[in-house]
Design a protein around this ligand. Structure first.
Ligand SMILES: Cc1cc2nc3c(=O)[nH]c(=O)nc-3n(C[C@H](O)[C@H](O)[C@H](O)COP(=O)(O)OP(=O)(O)OC[C@H]3O[C@@H](n4cnc5c(N)ncnc54)[C@H](O)[C@@H]3O)c2cc1C
Length: 459
């Protein structure tokens, strides 16, 4: 970018919100992948109109521009691979615009942090369920752009299930509305549906209308100990079909259980094939008691050797400790974690995990797995010594094989984290040439000059 171009952007957002100094470029050059790609300029727009003027300017001058929320993405989506501008939305566009009690919706700017919304709606008795583990810092703009999911997905679904309408700015500066505050809306193409999970490649989301629910009064957590993954999964299937839908149904495999135990000494069952941690919710204490009793019955019927129920918040937190600390614990197996978030139909989980253990033997790498059994989303972690080129190579080969198995089982490369840069090389495993051509045609219709987040999703 030229100095003149940076000066022009400064005219749009003001002196205090357009930077090209080293400190700002460094602060906006990374995401959770820990890769670094430096932009040439960082701008902080104040409103939709400024976003529109910035995009129009970049489009005219063919300057790459990358929208960014909190930069917590796991696939390099917010990285400025071709330099240009990072459009940072978290600084000024971070207001909850409306909580509409009659229609039970919230209207927010994209830079609102997920937990900020959860707390605001809970204060008036409402509930926004999508709860990615990054809920304390990831933004709703980023959540929509990645279609983020969380532990409550088993019962409530993921971000897309709550998006009712969006406002967005297209790369040429045009401002569009997609969707309505109405539950029913079948007029026209579902443009909001195309923008969800588009990873900042089609438009910049400037306003989000989200569905809210009423907040259940009670929750209760429980943990079951199983001899094998298969028995744990049988318990999941039977519980889900029993008329009880737990809010969350998370699993840890044996390698993960051992890692957490080695690190934190919590008395976890180190010999167990798997543990399941679950939560139910409801508005009546009897309803909670019934659900827990049903889960217990299904767990024991399917081979659980132990079933522990929380009786207060502290005990619940204790039960969830292992799951919440799974990710930092498995580093005992290797300095570098190549983690993926593959997803298969729930019924295929045991086969997937069985085949992952064969991959582990074939490449001589440790692969602890944990995740969301309720929705078939597994965090597979190929652990290697990051300082050894050969180990890394082996690790990436193992990942490619895991992706192939996932697709073969009717699954997807990503249940939560998106494609970005990291998974772009594997898109051809999951999509045919015709499907990729369609993706590229959609990209071209929105962004003919390829200025918006170029280089992502193999587009
Ligand atoms: C410890 C940790 C735990 C995590 N747990 C989960 C989890 O449980 N579930 C889950 O789904 N993810 C999880 N993530 C991944 C990440 O937090 C999510 O993908 C999140 O939605 C990203 O939000 P963000 O604000 O950080 O977006 P960023 O990382 O800034 O951006 C992500 C993508 O969205 C685009 N984007 C951002 N804002 C906009 C906008 N307004 N308009 C258009 N495009 C935009 C960016 O260009 C980029 O492609 C986790 C990450 C970490 C570090």
């Amino acid at each position: 970018m030229t100095q003149g171009q940076i000066k022009d952007l400064r005219v749009i957002v003001g002196e205090e919100d357009c930077f090209e100094d080293k400190a700002h470029l460094s602060a906006y050059c990374y995401d959770a992948t820990k890769e670094r790609k430096y932009p040439e300029c960082v701008v902080f727009p104040h409103n939709e109109e400024e976003v529109s003027r910035i995009l129009q300017y970049c489009n005219t001058h063919k300057i790459p521009i990358v929208p960014r929320g909190a930069g917590s993405g796991f696939t390099g989506g917010a990285l400025a691979v071709n330099g240009g501008v990072v459009l940072a939305l978290e600084k000024h566009m971070n207001q909850i615009l409306e909580i509409d009690m009659e229609n039970m919706v919230a209207r927010v700017q994209p830079g609102v942090v997920n937990m900020q919304l959860q707390k605001a709606v809970e204060a008036v008795g409402l509930f926004y369920p999508p709860d990615p583990a990054s809920e304390h810092y990831s933004t709703l703009g980023g959540n929509v752009s990645e279609n983020a999911g969380g532990m409550r997905a088993a019962k409530y679904g993921i971000t897309k299930d709550f998006v009712m309408a969006l406002r967005a700015v297209l790369p040429n500066g045009d401002i569009i509305r997609a969707g309505k505050k109405t539950i029913k809306d079948v007029a026209g193409y579902n443009i909001a549906g195309i923008l969800i999970a588009s990873e900042g490649t089609l438009g910049v989301i400037t306003e989000i209308t989200l569905k809210l629910l009423s907040k259940p009064k009670y929750t209760k957590s429980a943990m079951g100990v199983f001899p094998s993954i298969q028995s744990a999964m049988n318990a999941v299937y039977k519980t889900m079909a029993s008329g009880v839908t737990p809010v969350a149904m998370e699993f840890l495999d044996n390698l993960t259980i051992r890692a957490v135990e080695e690190k934190f000494h919590k008395g976890l069952p180190k010999e167990a094939g798997a543990i399941l941690i679950t939560e139910v919710d409801g508005n009546l204490e009897e309803e909670i008691a019934y659900q827990i009793q049903k889960v217990q019955e299904k767990f024991y019927e399917n081979g659980a050797s132990e079933f522990i129920v929380s009786s207060n918040q502290e005990e619940a937190a204790n039960l969830w400790f292992a799951r919440k600390n799974a990710s930092p614990s498995i580093t005992i197996y290797g300095s570098k974690k190549l983690n993926e978030d593959i997803t298969v139909p729930r019924s295929k989980l045991p086969e997937l995990l069985e085949r992952i253990s064969e991959v582990s033997k074939k490449y001589d790498v440790v692969i602890p797995c944990f995740g969301h059994t309720g929705d078939g989303n597994v965090h597979t972690n190929v652990m290697v010594d990051g300082s050894k080129e050969e180990e890394l190579k082996k690790g990436y080969e193992a990942i490619e094989e895991i992706f192939k198995i996932t697709v073969e089982l009717g699954g997807t490369l990503s249940g939560e984290h998106g494609i970005g840069l990291s998974k772009a090389p594997f898109m051809n495993l999951a999509f045919s040439q015709e499907e990729m051509n369609l993706f590229r045609a959609i990209k071209k219709a929105f962004d003919p000059n390829n200025i918006l987040n170029p280089g992502k999703m193999a587009l």
